[in-house]
Design a protein around this ligand. Structure first.
Ligand code: SAH
Length: 234
């Protein structure tokens, strides 16, 4: 997918990117390619594939109505997916990008500086060790390719406000993971789940994005330690 195709395809879906946003995506693409030669940030290295499998994939998982003056936390943002892409497209909202790997955070800081993204904050840390002051403060929590849904929900729920939405970007196994997460959803205070099924234009892979609303407070005993979360998922 080229940048022109990205813009045209998104426009059909009522997501309009202006020239400044397109320039920032282009700059970001160059930084990804440049840094990838030194550090292994993403296995996808061909520009047209980055545009489709990273940029387009992240943008179709967003919803213009969702991001107006909101606080968004992206868990395990990695090289910036979906966090940086969303921050470029939704300048009215604030994005906190959290990652456990120092190298990824250095890259994210570099992108923030180079693209002048004043709505981005980078935190080097682990989702399960959230500071008490940040508990239940975010309108949205997102995660793509970080962990299985049951695990993700426990990592993310404590950060999310009541009335907020967890956005889990999943692939074909999304529905199965959702079934397995039945108990976790209840235990952590989640309610209604909306499933949006899409696919990438030149790829067969199905994308299953889940929008899960938080309706009740998450008990203080969550999140448990990472070892417990993984060993005994809810
Ligand atoms: N979301 C990105 C990166 C996925 S790779 C993408 O879609 O391309 C998973 C990332 O999650 C890694 O960068 C890893 O450092 C981070 N990660 C894994 N577990 C984490 C945790 N508990 N807290 C914070 N970051 C975590």
């Amino acid at each position: 997918m080229t940048f022109d195709e990205l813009r045209a395809t998104l426009k059909e879906q009522h997501l309009v990117l202006d020239d400044a946003m397109m320039e920032k995506l282009d700059h970001y693409l160059h930084l990804l390619v440049e840094w990838n030669e030194k550090f292994n940030l993403t296995s996808i290295v061909i520009p047209e594939e980055i545009i489709e499998k990273h940029f387009y994939d992240c943008l179709i998982a967003s919803d213009p109505a969702l991001f107006q003056h909101q606080q968004v936390l992206d868990i395990g943002s990695g090289a910036g997916f979906p966090g940086i892409v969303w921050a470029i497209a939704y300048t009215g909202s604030s994005f906190t990008l959290l990652d456990a790997t120092k190298k990824k955070c250095l890259f994210l800081e570099e992108v923030k500086k180079a693209l002048d993204l004043s709505n981005v904050t980078v935190i080097h840390g682990r989702a399960e060790s959230l500071p008490a002051t940040m508990r239940e403060t975010y309108d949205f929590v997102s995660a793509r390719a970080v962990a299985e849904l049951r695990i993700l929900l426990e990592l993310g729920a404590p950060w999310l406000k009541i009335g907020g939405t967890f956005i889990a970007m999943k692939g074909p196994r999304g529905e199965e993971e959702l079934r397995d997460a039945h108990h976790a959803l209840r235990a952590l205070g989640f309610g209604h789940t909306e499933i949006r099924k899409t696919s990438l234009p030149n790829e067969e892979g199905v994308r299953l994005n889940l929008y899960i609303s938080k309706e009740r407070k998450t008990e203080k005993r969550y999140p448990r330690t990472y070892a417990d979360i993984v060993k005994k998922p809810l």
